[in-house]
Design a protein around this ligand. Structure first.
Ligand code: PRX
Length: 654
């Protein structure tokens, strides 16, 4: 399907689904009128609204003011002190829920574990003491590079408990990605594992950390969890630097009172791609983020005490931070973690997990849904999915066809779908249905959440009439918003608050229909979403250019049936180097080593020159057209060298 086809199908989409009556009856919010009323109040009197929500949580000390807004700098719950780990653990134990399952874990090989709030609390306290014993103090950045196992949650929550900001790096990233992030964060300690399971193979995480540590002497301590065991991963422990998780835990006290942290203390950094060659450290703080993720999780997933909730995202992404861990645990709900691949040992793994663990709420990515769709419904039909009550999606636009498949085949027509729009920067969900209230339309994330003042604007900041495209912007601060880019305050202002005067610029294009529903069309900047994973064109280009044979490279995103978008790379070689299939493979492999397998280009073409404007800017629109259709149309009058276009369209040239 071409991008034009998919936009066409979204524009023609007129189906509408009322919340299933049986769902609405028991839901936290049951009607559109209720939603409208609450939304109006939340944007007209945000401080009153958010203070009420915040009072449901535990604070060591109350706030003096709910919000200080000096555009573009916001402080929420000013003067308040709290501890998010306390709110995710101790608060529930005190309510008598200590024996309730906090984490329901399934490893890829099939091993399962149930960890109660009491057990999780105990492990978090022990690990907090381990970190302290290793010299980690409040404010020190801790790097976490682990498989999706319960100890990852333990590490994250232990950091939060002692006020040491965590920087979680997705386990699919490479050694270079670790070096970049560790260096930017000036982090001295890395928590990792001997390996993790993926498609029946071991991902050698410790080995990757070793490679990074060899080139990066900032890394002074490495704590290693034994996940796969010596039989499957040979690990070399460097004396003085490397320590076993289990040995440290055995000697650690389980007593660690939750420290009171300022609401605006840094909770974590999460690196994400933007329009430069290096990822940026998105900075989130404690109080506002906690309140935002708590409330969104509660209303959008309609969380109830007996839910078994499963978000299939990795904790290496913001979705895992907010909706595998913090938002869900803050609500005292059981969160399921699955370590491995969706198609291991077969394509029914997810449905088998849902059936065996009686999952009630399931949150995944459109790219996964499209992959399941391709494999056919028989895999899902084999399993009893009747415990499911709600389905969610996140990360990229979902095409109506995939939405309908999800609705009919997985939800069996009974489950509302929440298509949730948000970003690493927003901390929590911003636009999504309230499942018991909102009528859904396949392909639309529907209406803004409470406290979110979203609008579709043009470059001048003027609001666009219904159904005309524009830039999605947020006009008022919200509690979970990023507080900055780590060590780059100027870039924070430039990237998010300067494109359009006075508002937060999301980087997404969007249209709002006549019912006030938002339809996200995709990025307008140099960000590509490959299978929902965010990559910057510049990052991939830098990785390609760092190959010895490459002189110049340009990367564009092209529509991909399953992944949503894929990477197409145009490469010019250094003089004297001959293009070949072997070289193409070698460059692709090089990108995977530099960034991680997810950045590997889908197409890689050699060219003698790249099409540029007179001012030297690469004409990406042309490259996109070439990569998508092999043809070039439209205006090329600003091209520096017209012949380049014709030559590129002829595909690879020698
Ligand atoms: O383009 C939008 C897309 O993902 C971007 C944010 O990416 P990231 O920071 O990696 O966070 C992803 C998970 C929250 C957005 O700018 N995006 C996210 N959710 C949706 C979406 N596009 C369309 N519909 C969505 N529901």
């Amino acid at each position: 399907m071409s991008s034009a086809d998919s936009i066409d199908s979204v524009l023609k989409e007129t189906r509408r689904f009322a919340p299933p009556p049986h769902f609405s009856t028991d839901a936290h919010l049951r009607s559109m009128e209720e939603y409208e009323r609450m939304h109006r109040r939340s944007v007209e009197r945000p401080e009153e609204f958010w203070a009420e929500v915040a009072s449901e949580l535990h604070w060591h000390q109350p706030w003096e003011r709910v919000l200080d807004w000096n555009p573009p700098h916001a402080k929420w719950f000013v003067g308040a002190k709290t501890n998010i780990a306390y709110n995710c653990l101790d608060r529930h134990i005190e309510r008598g829920l200590g024996e309730k399952t906090a984490i329901l874990f399934e490893g890829e090989p099939g091993d399962t574990r149930r960890i109660s709030f009491r057990e999780l609390h105990e492990q978090v306290c022990r690990f907090a003491n381990v970190l302290r014993a290793q010299g980690v103090k409040k404010g020190d950045r801790v790097t976490i590079y682990m498989p999706l196992v319960p100890e990852l949650a333990v590490a994250v929550l232990a950091c939060a408990r002692i006020g040491a900001p965590h920087s979680v790096i997705f386990g699919g990233f490479s050694g270079q990605a670790i070096i970049d992030r560790v260096t930017d964060a000036e982090s001295h300690i890395v928590i990792t594992a001997d390996g993790g399971w993926r498609r029946g193979k071991v991902v050698p995480l410790k080995q990757t950390v070793d490679e990074a540590a060899e080139k990066c002497d900032l890394i002074r301590k490495v704590i290693v969890l034994e996940r796969v065991g010596a039989k499957h991963a040979a690990v070399t422990m460097k004396p003085g630097r490397d320590l076993w998780w289990h040995e440290l835990m055995a000697g650690a006290s389980a007593v660690c009172p939750a420290e009171a942290h300022d609401a605006e203390d840094m909770l974590f950094l999460l690196y994400t791609s933007g329009s430069t060659g290096k990822p940026k450290g998105i900075l989130h703080t404690t109080g506002g983020y906690m309140v935002h993720t708590y409330l969104t999780a509660r209303y959008i997933f309609d969380l109830k005490p007996d839910d078994v909730y499963w978000c299939s995202a990795d904790v290496g992404w913001i979705t895992g931070h907010s909706y595998v861990l913090y938002g869900v645990l803050a609500n005292g709900v059981t969160t399921l973690m699955y370590e491995g691949a969706p198609n291991h040992p077969d394509w029914d793994r997810f449905w088998s997990i849902i059936a065996r663990h009686k999952v009630t709420k399931f949150y995944t990515a459109p790219t996964a849904i499209r992959a399941f769709m391709r494999e056919g419904r028989a895999h899902a039909d084999k399993h009893d999915l009747s415990t499911l009550k709600l389905l969610g999606t996140v990360g990229e636009p979902i095409n109506p066809e995939a939405w309908m498949w999800y609705h009919d085949v997985i939800g069996r027509g009974r489950c509302p779908i929440v298509d949730t729009w948000w970003q690493t920067e927003t901390g929590g969900i911003m636009i999504a249905p309230i499942p018991g209230a909102t009528h859904t339309k396949p392909g639309s994330a529907t209406r803004p959440f409470f406290g979110v003042d979203a609008a579709v604007l043009d470059r001048s900041g003027a609001e666009q009439p219904p159904n005309s495209g524009g830039f999605l912007c947020i006009r008022k601060p919200w509690p979970g918003m990023l507080r900055g880019i780590y060590r780059d305050p100027e870039r924070f202002v430039r990237q998010y608050w300067s494109e359009i005067e006075g508002v937060y610029f999301t980087g997404d294009s969007c249209r709002m229909d006549e019912d006030g529903y938002f339809w996200i069309m995709g990025r307008v900047d140099d960000v590509i979403k490959v299978a929902g994973h965010r990559l910057g064109t510049m990052e991939v280009e830098s990785a390609i250019v760092s190959h010895d044979a490459v002189a110049e490279a340009a990367v564009v995103g092209v529509p991909h049936e399953i992944k949503g978008q894929a990477i197409a790379a145009f490469v010019t070689l250094v003089t004297g180097t001959k293009p070949s299939d072997a070289l193409r493979d070698d460059i692709s492999r090089h990108v995977a080593t530099q960034l991680g397998a997810l950045a590997r280009p889908e197409q890689l073409r050699f060219t003698q020159a790249l099409p540029k404007t007179r001012s030297g800017k690469i004409m990406r629109r042309l490259l996109r057209e070439i990569a998508t259709s092999g043809q070039v149309t439209g205006d090329t009058t600003t091209l520096e060298d017209f012949s380049v276009v014709a030559r590129l369209a002829e595909k690879d040239e020698g």
